[in-house]
Design a protein around this ligand. Structure first.
Ligand code: NI
Length: 126
């Protein structure tokens, strides 16, 4: 491991009150597994949040995201919009449905011009 990576890791686990590095590594591995499980899973139902950060000043980005959400209204329960900064928005799209369909919207949203960051967080998966 690069020294500075380990240093940063150690300072975080110290602030979070871990008693040992191995305990923190176990937690980190669990988070990693949970994070990537959904990527490997092609089928089955899932519930989660698609977090989308986008540049509000890019022409057409908001309209395109709204259009996409209409196309996927079968799996979208609701969405929440936060104006982060003057030019930056966060859209949290709550989804429930088949993994295939969730991945489909995640990919489409990722390719919209002006979108800076997309992350799906699963709350429940079958
Ligand atoms: Ni906004």
């Amino acid at each position: 491991l690069p020294k500075n990576l380990l240093k940063e890791f150690d300072s975080i686990i110290e602030r979070r009150g871990y008693s040992s590095r191995s305990e923190a590594i176990r937690d980190a591995i669990r988070i990693y597994i949970n994070e990537y499980k959904w990527l490997e899973k092609e089928e089955g139902e899932a519930v989660g949040v698609l977090n989308v950060v986008y540049d509000h000043d890019v022409k057409g980005v908001s309209d395109e995201l709204v259009d996409l959400q209409h196309d996927f209204s079968d799996i979208i329960l609701t969405s929440l919009h936060l104006h982060l900064k003057r030019d930056l928005c966060l859209e949290m799209i709550i989804l429930r449905g088949d993994m295939k369909r969730i991945k489909e919207i995640a990919n489409k949203v990722s390719s919209v011009k002006g979108v800076r960051f997309v992350k799906f967080l699963t709350a429940f998966k079958e």
